[in-house]
Ligand binder design. Structure first.
Ligand code: ADP
Ligand code: MG
Length: 259
């Protein structure tokens, strides 16, 4: 499957062309556990794919293979047409094109908010310091935490920290951002402020893979829902189709528990 068309949203004026991420025949084991089984998945430029499924189904591992935080046993992954190498400088370059936002924020505790967003630009992109700072301030403004630049992560709320983490990912000008349960560690009142930033990114045409239990977000922002169970992609469909008419028993059972 290639060039999946965007189905809705103001991001429609962003051109969609070709697969940005492609996994074909990907398998991965953890010892005896076959955690990813024959995964075929393509993500088009500008597409928002929401990945859902029961705990332990392999969603995080899938994300981690896409930026090579995990190796794969067989199959192939390519980013923007280039095969993902197993190591070396080319891997570092490709990995920098893949942003990642984790459930646990993963900010550097001993760096300020501003420094957190500058660091990758300085070390990986070799951006000049003044330009990196300007970009960091602009991105922090964009996610609504521009007034927190000089604070340390622990001085911020969870929702603010996660928005800093999104700004940090954006600072690398990634081609795609992977979000692994970005709101699962947040107090309920902070979930929306993070989802709104993600909604805006989706509307701006960012290519996104989002593992989440937030079905409202899936309905309103996703072009496609991918349902995983036991290391397999069991079903994928447009959100309206998936939620109103899930085909597999696994998906029906899952939805009946969460909706
Ligand atoms: P999900 O994100 O869908 O909850 P994960 O990808 O985190 O699922 O995990 C899938 C399965 O792989 C689980 O059974 C988990 O315990 C196992 N697993 C994940 N990471 C490791 C690891 N580093 N070593 C061994 N088993 C792991
Ligand atoms: Mg997970």
């Amino acid at each position: 499957m290639s060039g999946v068309a965007k189905t809705k949203g103001p991001g429609d004026d962003v051109p969609v062309s070709g697969d940005l991420v492609a996994l074909s025949g990907v398998n991965k084991h953890f010892g005896a556990l076959h955690v990813l089984q024959d995964i075929d998945l393509t993500i088009a430029r500008g597409e928002v794919v929401v990945v859902i499924g029961p705990s332990g189904s392999g969603k995080s591992t899938l994300c981690r293979t896409i930026n090579r935080l995990e190796t794969i046993d067989s199959g192939a992954i390519s980013i923007d047409g280039k095969p993902l190498p197993q190591e070396g400088r080319e891997l570092a370059r490709l990995r920098a094109d893949v942003g990642m936002v984790f459930q646990s924020f993963n900010l550097f505790a001993h760096k300020t908010v501003l420094e957190n967003v500058m660091l990758g630009q300085l070390k990986v992109r070799r951006t000049e310091k003044k330009a990196a700072e300007e970009k960091a301030r602009a991105l922090l403004d964009r996610v609504g935490v521009g007034s927190q630049c000089d604070k340390y992560p622990a001085q911020l709320s969870g929702g603010q920290q996660q928005r800093v983490a999104i700004a940090r990912a954006l600072a690398m000008d990634p081609k795609v951002i992977l979000f692994d349960e970005p709101t699962s560690a947040l107090d309920p009142e902070m979930i929306n402020e993070v989802l709104e930033v993600m909604q805006q990114l989706a509307r701006d045409g960012m290519t996104m893979v989002v593992v989440t239990h937030e079905m409202g977000f899936a309905r309103s922002a996703a072009n496609r829902v991918v349902f995983m169970a036991d290391g397999r992609i069991v079903e994928e469909a447009a959100p309206e189709e998936f939620f109103s008419n899930p085909r597999s028993d696994r998906a029906k059972d899952f939805l009946s528990k969460i909706l």
